[in-house]
Design a protein around this ligand. Structure first.
Ligand code: AHR
Length: 637
């Protein structure tokens, strides 16, 4: 039996409880949400060869293609592709295979651009086309004229026909009309973007995120913030302005980032989805273990963080606010939380005590209203690696990557947490079962875990699972079990995605206390190596729950997660309700087997389903389906 005490609010629900975490991993930006379709557009992915570029020529044609560094466009574009075409009859060309294909969709207009010059005497034209990989089908074509003898940027559009079938076995081809010597740099192609932003994001992935109604975006990482070494940290200043002036950098997950997703693009992403940025600043520690102790050598990085905050929040009379306006966004962005570093518990030097203090003092001195987040301090996981004085932190960031059973057995983690210390930001968490995206057992683990965060959201003020994205093509994944999967043409949400969407879209502003008779909230802490099969049902309840109420409407959102293979018949008692309406909206997500999942080919196998229940009374029974996540919307006003 579960008894809900509706006589008063047990706690307030944090308005920022559910957000998003992002970084360049699993081709999250390049090859993911960032709209660019050309891979290795600036020819800098590999020093010696033009990765993802191909020479197209007839048999026997002696045309050639190679990287060139003698003709830089500018400092950010030092490399170009030199094409020498030999035959005037069937001129050779260059082709790019995109991020596992250039997505072809019907009646779609793509915006293309490139820098080019020719060593030919006469001005010539170039044909741009999207073609099938075998070259037999041309989906769209445009002719660009006026290629001269010095670098110039050309823009054009390509439009597919109404009858074009979706295809990704495709490539972008640039073919000069006359034989000769040609140089290309920064070859770009964009499909339509969300809100038609220039240099913007993929609409389908943005829509999946919008449907989660996230309140914030933790950016830009993760490990991606820190970099493998100082020189490959997320150096935000190098990500500003036109893409022609962004050199890009080596990311932390084995591939180079174009930096098309720069600081302003992150902020506009926030603006488009009505989220607030949660800005993580580089804190003088890189993944190779290099660090700077608190002191004068660290100061330039502290100053850089202050400038970054000014870029986000400053008005146009400030140096960096003015720069943001020049970059196209005069209005400042809202900002309440700044995180110093990422997972600094890995810093074996223990220097984070001093580094955090120097950053926090400087941030608070200039921006007293900002809340400063430390990446250590909780009593578990990273917090336990070495003693850290979290007294200067407003919030500490704790990370949890676990299997479903570990999540479930620790769902009451925050029930007895120290309420006197800093607030908690669960800045990375995930149940990691299923690949590339989590299966339904993960969704159960996630949902059980979320009941605990929601019940304790007086102290757990923010949370975001990670990683957010994965390109499901072979080679697209560096980290398994990611919330949203995609290829060039389509995207889908995992069961865990839908669990998070259900939780965030159905919550009130007050936590309602629940007394579980025979269903403990505080589960016995079990050995993490135990599997569900070996669990003693007397100590493992397998049922997790939380209730919140909308104080204005009186709607109570009762969430119950049944991780067991059997129906759970539960008596529900509503104590202290002003009124109880018999009809309730019910949202249920369930699976036949915990291993069931969504995939790119079966994207909606497991989704929440709406229904009605007409038997709500002060005391009533509800049968929770096996392996299910259920939300009852009880009307109490
Ligand atoms: O989410 C993947 C990685 O996990 C993040 O980059 C890092 O912060 C954590 O270790």
């Amino acid at each position: 039996k579960l008894t809900l005490d509706l006589s008063h609010a047990a706690a307030q629900v944090s308005p920022r409880l559910y957000g998003l975490m992002t970084e360049e991993i699993n081709y999250s930006y390049d090859g993911g949400i960032y709209g660019e379709l050309v891979r290795n557009r600036a020819f800098r992915d590999h020093a010696d060869k033009a990765d993802h570029w191909f020479l197209i020529k007839a048999d026997g044609d002696s045309s050639s293609m190679k990287l060139d560094t003698k003709h830089p466009v500018n400092q950010a574009l030092p490399v170009s592709l030199h094409l020498k075409t030999a035959s005037a009859n069937a001129p050779a060309g260059i082709a790019n295979d995109g991020f596992w294909g250039i997505p072809v969709k019907s009646s779609t207009t793509y915006k293309g651009s490139f820098y080019a010059f020719t060593e030919n005497a006469a001005a010539t034209a170039i044909t741009a086309s999207i073609e099938s990989t075998d070259g037999k089908t041309v989906y769209a074509r445009a002719e660009i004229t006026g290629i001269g003898n010095s670098w110039k940027k050309f823009s054009y559009t390509l439009t597919t026909t109404q009858t074009a079938k979706p295809a990704a076995d495709t490539r972008l081809v640039l073919r000069p009309s006359t034989a000769g010597s040609y140089f290309f740099s920064l070859v770009s192609l964009f499909p339509p973007t969300f809100n038609n932003r220039a240099n913007g994001n993929r609409p389908d992935i943005m829509q999946l995120l919008a449907d989660m109604k996230p309140s914030f975006l933790r950016l830009p990482g993760g490990n991606y913030l820190e970099g493998g070494m100082f020189s490959t940290r997320f150096d935000w200043k190098k990500t500003l302005g036109p893409i022609d002036h962004r050199p890009g950098h080596m990311g932390t997950w084995g591939y180079r980032s174009s930096d098309g997703m720069g600081l302003l693009e992150y902020l506009e992403w926030c603006e488009d989805l009505h989220m607030e940025p949660l800005l993580a600043v580089f804190a003088g520690y890189a993944l190779n273990g290099d660090y700077l102790e608190k002191g004068p050598l660290l100061k330039p990085f502290v100053d850089e963080a202050l400038e970054e905050i000014e870029y986000v929040t400053g008005d146009t009379t400030t140096v960096w606010g003015k720069k943001r306006a020049q970059d196209g966004h005069p209005a400042p962005f809202p900002l309440h939380y700044v995180e110093v570093g990422n997972e600094d518990g890995f810093d074996k030097s223990t220097s984070y005590n001093g580094r955090f203090e120097q950053f926090a003092d400087a941030i608070k001195a200039k921006y007293p209203n900002l809340q400063v987040v430390a990446t250590m301090g909780g009593k578990d996981w990273l917090g336990a690696r070495y003693p850290f004085d979290a007294s200067k932190a407003d919030v500490v960031d704790e990370h949890y990557y676990r299997n479903a059973f570990e999540m479930e057995s620790d769902a009451a983690h925050y029930d007895n947490y120290d309420r006197k210390g800093p607030k908690i930001f669960v800045g990375e968490w995930a149940t990691r079962e299923g690949s590339p995206t989590p299966n339904f057992n993960s969704a159960l683990g996630d949902a059980a875990w979320m009941t605990g965060m929601e019940r304790n959201s007086d102290i757990v003020v923010m949370s975001c699972s990670a990683p957010l994205f994965v390109n499901v093509n072979p080679g697209g994944m560096q980290w398994e079990s990611d919330l949203i999967g995609y290829n060039a043409l389509s995207s889908y949400g995992s069961p865990s995605y839908y669990a998070q969407q259900m939780f965030n879209n159905n919550k009130g502003d007050e936590v309602i206390a629940i007394h579980g008779d025979g269903i403990p909230t505080q589960l016995q802490k079990l050995n993490h190596k135990d599997s569900l099969a070996s669990v003693n049902p007397k100590t493992y309840a397998g049922l997790f729950y939380v209730a919140t109420r909308d104080s204005k409407t009186g709607t109570v959102y009762l969430k119950v997660v049944n991780c067991l293979p059997t129906v759970q018949n539960v008596s529900l008692e509503l104590n202290g309700a002003a009124k109880v309406k018999p009809a309730a909206k019910v949202i249920t997500m369930k699976a036949d087997k915990p291993e069931d999942t969504n995939t790119i080919t079966e994207p909606k196998k497991i989704v929440p389903v709406n229904s009605k229940f007409n038997g709500v009374k002060n005391l009533f029974n509800y049968a929770f389906a096996p392996y299910s996540i259920t939300i009852l919307q009880l009307e109490t006003k």
